[in-house]
Design a protein around this ligand. Sequence first.
Ligand code: PLP
Length: 440
Amino acid sequence: MSHVFPRHCHAQLPTAVGGDGCYLIDSTGKRYFDASGGAAVSCLGHSNDRVKQAIKDQVDRLAFAHTGFFTSDPAEDLADLLIANAPEGIERVYFVSGGSEAVEAAIKLARQYYLEVGQPERRHLIARRQSYHGNTLGALAAGGNAWRRAQFDPLLIGVSHIAPCYEYAERAEGESLADYGRRAADELEAEILRLGPETVMAFIAEPVVGATLGAVPAVEGYFARIREICDTYGVLLILDEVMCGMGRTGHLFACTGEGVRPDIVTIAKGLGAGYQPVGAMLCSGAIYEAIANGSGFFQHGHTYIGHPVATAAGLAVVREMLEHDLPARVQSLGGVMEAALRARFDQHPHVGDIRGRGLFWGVELVADRDGKNPFDPAKGVAGKLKKAAFAHGLICYPMPGTRDGRHGDHVLLAPPFIMEESDADLIAERLSLAFNGVLR
Ligand code: PLP
């Protein structure tokens, strides 16, 4: 009997024993093309020599030194490299071990910033419905996924949720993209005014929505208006790039491509690329200075922040990405992926939408294309597709539909940046086999 506490108590999972480029290998020798990088994690594939060597070298030099006593070379070097390539105004990096920790740190930093600058009444956080920002209680409270929150709601801090920018499902007939983007963004202003502008500390959103909606970029103009609203009311803009950041959309920071400047930005997943658990919360110079010149102490921390081996892995990952200009490769492979997906699924009676950026793609499934009606969530369509694709040697990330809003089942694709052009067809072909089995 296994003593591991698995995600699904009754699941019979194969044992992963090896990784080879874009493939994972189980104990029977079966090879799976990892078209979702787990959940948008393994951006360099599973056998990157440079990252593996960096980890080994760092363990030999120094495994751990508590950040209450020491800094370390890999943490300093990685912070320098990130800041040299960060969005305008971002000047400091706080390393953590993953995405939820990065979001927790961001929420607490926003609160502490307003205490330090003498505005203690600013305590409200605004987020968006159908979003996911992590599973710890603060990050879960920020997330607007009704299903994930339901059991824990009595334990969650109060967060307001406005509509996401989800053009496929929420743009009204005849409404222009610009009008829709403005309408969706203006919900933020309405919510700030409802709460009282002097009580709102921050708004959090993903520049390209990953988990929950499935690779949904905002329409043009949406984030420009969001930034304008935040500036008008002194609300900090937290951009959560845990899933869409680190090259995934074709830019090291997704917000650069989307043309929006954050006050705080979170990254994880692709930063460690699966080789080490590492994430970061980056903030503007202004926020850092307020704390440095105020109490001088960010009231936060975990034992493993700034871990030398984790940051050494992150440093090797980002160097690999920049030296090989992988974001540019992602942009060109993105076009190939889109073409392959559209060739197979554009006319499929149960595919409502294909959208994405770079190597971050979502395929939204519908019961009927004309009405854009999702499948009954009880049918578990996304879960069945995951299983069918797995049987065909393809790993894709299923997103089950829920009854909040019109959000239906999706499949998320986030393949490694090292994939070849021909792999786009392989992914589409195996996904198509899975569709044929499940959506007859
Ligand atoms: N934020 C976003 C946008 C995510 O997609 C995720 C994970 O999927 C998280 C935060 C939480 O990250 P982690 O699972 O590393 O805690």
